[in-house]
Design a protein around this ligand. Structure first.
Ligand SMILES: Cc1cc2nc3c(=O)[nH]c(=O)nc-3n(C[C@H](O)[C@H](O)[C@H](O)COP(=O)(O)OP(=O)(O)OC[C@H]3O[C@@H](n4cnc5c(N)ncnc54)[C@H](O)[C@@H]3O)c2cc1C
Length: 287
């Protein structure tokens, strides 16, 4: 289906981009365009103006702060995340995930900001950023505000970013000593859409001291597996303890059934993948 007529604006600074959004009632930010353009073609969204962030200075930068915090601009593509030495140096799991998203064409265009603003339950970055305890910086006419990843995702295609605001960057804390991060998924074919994804970040130094386990594709927004986290914390990182902690995870979820998998299958797989992801994270923490 062809696009309806739409005005196109390409600002070169953040103030100009915010001004363009505020000047029109029905304007939308354009990042990689891989979700937005399809949604516009199918008429699920019909903005009168798209505000392309491609020319906005600074949104495509990756930086590491003095305390090791990693800041990734919202327009940074998956391909850049895959290849960035800074990202690989601080939280390599981000690069490992970026490299398996779809294909090279998608990775060249898709941005981390678009990925999380789309808030598609099957997208890879939402559960991962929740597990890593990321913070999102959002700019609007009143200035900047920050929102934790835990509070960022509001529903399918709904986030804490309001219509006249722009997500500018994502801050990911430096890992603590003995921290391990892992992401496991069952996808439709290699590098395909997720059926279930699980992201884990934990500290393990003889015992598991702290854990964040987040399940994707089972609800409108990423789901923290808090019972599993509680069961892991204080436990020795043995496979028996990990198996025991994961038991019941599937039953605690309420996933959808669709053409790709039934709800029962998703629940079962969530438990299997969670065990795998926790085991992988423990291995990395103890390396
Ligand atoms: C064939 C194919 C396969 C795919 N497979 C996967 C997959 O396996 N895993 C995965 O995670 N993703 C997958 N995707 C989705 C892809 O990653 C999209 O790129 C992503 O969902 C949207 O990113 P984008 O940069 O293209 O954003 P856009 O489509 O430009 O924008 C998406 C939405 O976010 C808003 N937005 C974007 N940036 C900002 C910002 N900075 N501030 C405020 N609002 C903003 C837009 O207004 C729009 O509503 C796939 C896409 C395709 C085409």
């Amino acid at each position: 289906m062809l696009l309806s007529p739409v005005a196109y604006v390409r600002p070169s600074s953040l103030p100009e981009a915010l001004q363009a959004l505020q000047a029109h009632d029905n304007a939308r930010v354009l990042a990689g365009g891989q979700t937005l353009i399809n949604v516009m073609k199918t008429r699920f969204a019909s903005p009168e103006v798209v505000v392309d962030l491609a020319g906005v200075a600074g949104l495509d930068a990756v930086a590491v702060g003095a305390d090791g915090t990693l800041t990734i601009g919202s327009m940074v593509t998956y391909d850049t995340i895959d290849r960035s030495e800074a990202v690989r140096g601080v939280r390599p799991v981000l690069s490992d995930v970026a490299t398996v998203i779809a294909d090279q064409q998608v990775r060249n265009r898709g941005t981390i900001g678009g990925n999380i603003c789309a808030s598609d339950p099957t997208n890879h970055f939402p559960p991962l950023l929740v597990a890593l305890g990321a913070t999102m910086t959002i700019a609007g006419s009143a200035g900047e505000r920050t929102v934790s990843a835990d509070e960022f995702f509001a529903g399918v295609y709904m986030t804490a970013v309001d219509a006249n605001e722009i997500l500018t960057s994502i801050e990911i804390p430096a890992p603590a000593t003995s921290q391990g991060d892992a992401f496991e998924s069952l996808t439709i074919g290699k590098e395909g859409t997720g059926i279930v994804t699980v992201a884990v970040s934990l500290r393990c130094n003889g015992t598991i001291e702290q854990a964040r386990v987040v399940v994707g594709c089972v609800s409108a927004t990423p789901v923290r597996a808090t019972s599993l986290e509680d069961a892991l914390e204080g436990a020795a990182p043995t496979s028996e303890n990990i198996d025991k902690a994961a038991q019941g995870l599937g039953g605690s979820l309420d996933p959808p059934s669709d053409v790709h998998a039934s709800a029962e299958y998703r629940s079962h797989i969530a438990e299997v993948i969670a065990r795998r992801a926790v085991t992988a994270a423990v291995g990395k923490a103890m390396r």
